[in-house]
Design a protein around this ligand. Structure first.
Ligand SMILES: [Zn+2]
Length: 121
């Protein structure tokens, strides 16, 4: 889902995009001529592997998402708002946004129920 930067206004533009079993929905707002903010939610299921036994697990995802989006340049962001992505062709590609969110989640550790229980012993 590509959105031209010139079509994003201060009032916001609704975004809905699915990737696998996840849905990213919310609004993208213009904050300055080159800076935009997406605010919304990522919901659904993520299929991933247990970090110990590699068996497939289904992770329930329900999280608030706040991503700064730069048209070519992303100003140095506040440390409290480190989440940013830049695009260089005059449009923001929300497919890339949802994929980068999914990759960020996958970089955490996840354990299946069995390994989770064993870890606790
Ligand atoms: Zn496991």
């Amino acid at each position: 889902m590509r959105v031209e930067f010139r079509k994003i206004t201060e009032a916001g533009l609704p975004i809905n995009i699915e990737q696998d079993e996840l849905l990213l929905s919310g609004n993208v707002f213009k904050k300055s001529s080159k800076l935009f903010l997406f605010e919304g939610k990522l919901e659904g299921f993520l299929r991933h592997n247990c970090d110990i036994c590699l068996s497939e697990i289904k992770i329930n995802i329900d999280e608030d998402v706040k991503i700064w989006i730069g048209d070519e340049e992303l100003p140095k962001l506040d440390e409290e708002l480190p989440n940013g992505i830049e695009f260089f062709k005059g449009y923001a590609d929300f497919k890339e946004v949802i994929i980068s969110e999914i990759e960020a989640i996958k970089s955490d550790y996840f354990y299946c129920e069995k390994c989770q229980n064993n870890k606790g012993e």
